[in-house]
Design a binder for this molecule. Structure first.
Ligand code: GLN
Length: 204
């Protein structure tokens, strides 16, 4: 039987990037949010979103504001973390072509800006595992903006969405999920709902 809990509070990393859109999405779902800029903002959160933006700037600010350790501690407690686009790069254990990983919470290798200049931004339907009822697949609308590609997955993570040409654009490891696209732009609520459900399930 499902446990009954008070509504969760989801943090949105707000040091850089399109955090305001994620806050708006969660507001629309009726979920309490908190913008995260300082380590103490992470205290008591039930889940966290790392938004899209510029991963190089995000990396610098995460280190400067001492957020790396407490975000890892939040993940260790079992709280779900969703990284979108630059956020997925921040989660990865490997970044192709040399950059040091930042959080190393998702066992994937990503390649930044993998879709080339002519495809700086594109939109497509994407079938994603685990977003439908009872963990089934669901097709959602996805927007890619100077997106990374997930070039290797595993062993502990698994791919949960790929483009028609087979390129992996979403991967999951337990309650950590990295996606290369921007659900907050299409108003696609499925991924945010996933995070909220995981946050409720993760509560002690
Ligand atoms: N190209 C960006 C990076 O490598 C990510 C783009 C995005 O988050 N929309 O950090």
């Amino acid at each position: 039987m499902a446990k009954r809990h008070a509504a969760p509070t989801i943090g949105v990393l707000a040091v850089q990037g399109d955090f305001a859109e994620h806050v708006r999405m969660l507001d629309a779902l009726g979920v309490a949010t908190r913008e995260v800029r300082l380590p103490e903002d992470l205290v008591g959160l039930d889940g966290l979103i790392l938004p899209g933006g510029e991963s190089t700037a995000m990396r610098t600010l995460l280190h400067r504001w001492d957020l790396v350790k407490p975000i890892k501690a939040l993940a260790k407690r079992g709280a779900p973390i969703l990284g979108t686009c630059a956020g997925a790069i921040i989660l990865a254990t490997r970044i192709a072509d040399g950059d040091e990983p930042v959080l190393s919470l998702l066992n994937v290798e990503v390649r930044r800006n993998a879709f080339g200049r002519q495809l700086e931004s594109f939109e497509t339907n994407l079938t994603m595992e685990g977003l439908g009822a009872n963990g089934r697949s669901r097709t959602i609308r996805a927007v890619f903006i100077r997106a990374p590609e997930i070039v290797k997955v595993g062993p502990s993570a698994r791919a949960v969405a790929a483009l028609d040409d087979g390129r992996i654009v979403a991967a999951r490891q337990g309650r950590i999920m990295g996606i290369a696209f921007h659900p907050e732009i299409t108003g696609e609520t499925g991924v945010h709902r996933w995070l909220v459900d995981e946050a409720i399930a993760a509560r002690p």
